[in-house]
Design a protein around this ligand. Structure first.
Ligand SMILES: C[S@@+](CC[C@H](N)C(=O)[O-])C[C@H]1O[C@@H](n2cnc3c(N)ncnc32)[C@H](O)[C@@H]1O
Length: 244
């Protein structure tokens, strides 16, 4: 995959799904794994659109996770129903499916090293989750394999910390630097790592990322908090005046 082809992605795709489809098509992917399948919407989309896929590995625990403070965490009853629906949704491609029901670190040993052309990471998204996914799956990729990942945002203040923060960015960038490979930011909050594209470089095709340090991300959170506190104080003063 050339840099120009990657740059062209912007024009070629108007949704996250079509972007991933285009990348997989461009890279002639035959063996792919998706970490975090949920209802199987992306899985069925890709299996429908990309005939060249020979094996699609679905990785998801489909169960309530005590240690996953994210909005998609559901009761076991809900997840059981989602799992059944997903199996039905992708049953048209039965012969291509490998289903691994478990968290990445529970199932990774059952995937052979050097066996996947592409991995789509869309599971846990916390700092712990993205660390485990990238480190445990790296050796499963073929020498020119690709990793595409979701939830790559230039800010950590989403959800106002009602949940564990999403830290795919900047961790994926640090990981790419540790492996001395290029990492690209793509539209729809996706990132791309190509295993044999050396040396390390952070190529921001979205123009949204000026810094890759944690400090500005934390400062932004503190600033938002300070603004909110100021507004609250103002509101309380006004209310007190009205009540007098
Ligand atoms: C955002 S959803 C996935 C959406 C799906 N990729 C799509 O595009 O339609 C996140 C999923 O990740 C799963 N998940 C959470 N922690 C995980 C982990 N440690 N390993 C694998 N999957 C995980 C959850 O069960 C949930 O179904």
């Amino acid at each position: 995959m050339t840099l120009q082809e990657i740059k062209n992605l912007k024009e070629k795709s108007d949704t996250r799904e079509s972007l991933i489809e285009y990348l997989i098509h461009l890279h002639k992917v035959k063996n792919i794994a998706e970490i975090g399948v949920f209802k199987g919407d992306l899985t069925s989309y890709l299996l429908n659109k990309v005939e060249a896929i020979e094996n699609y590995t679905l990785i998801d625990p489909w169960r309530y996770l005590e240690d996953w403070n994210k909005p998609n965490n559901q009761s076991n009853t809900n997840f059981e129903a989602i799992y059944k629906d997903t199996l039905e949704k992708v049953s048209f491609a039965q012969s291509k499916l490998t289903i691994l029901r478990g968290k990445t670190n529970e199932i990774s040993e059952s995937i052979k090293p050097n066996s996947l052309d592409a991995i789509y990471i869309d599971g846990d998204h916390t700092l712990k989750g993205i660390t485990i996914d990238l480190i445990q799956m790296w050796d499963k990729l073929t020498s020119n394999g690709i990793i595409i990942g979701d939830d790559f945002y230039p800010s950590i203040k989403r959800n106002k910390f009602a949940f564990e923060p999403t830290l795919v960015f900047p961790f994926a960038v640090y990981f790419a630097e540790a492996k001395n490979v290029k990492i690209f930011t793509l539209p729809f909050n996706q990132f791309l790592i190509i295993k044999n594209h050396q040396p390390f470089e952070f190529i921001d095709l979205t123009g949204k990322y000026s810094k890759i340090e944690l400090k500005p991300l934390i400062e932004e959170v503190l600033q938002t908090q300070a603004n909110e506190n100021r507004l609250l104080v103002k509101f309380k003063r006004k209310l007190n005046r009205l009540l007098k």
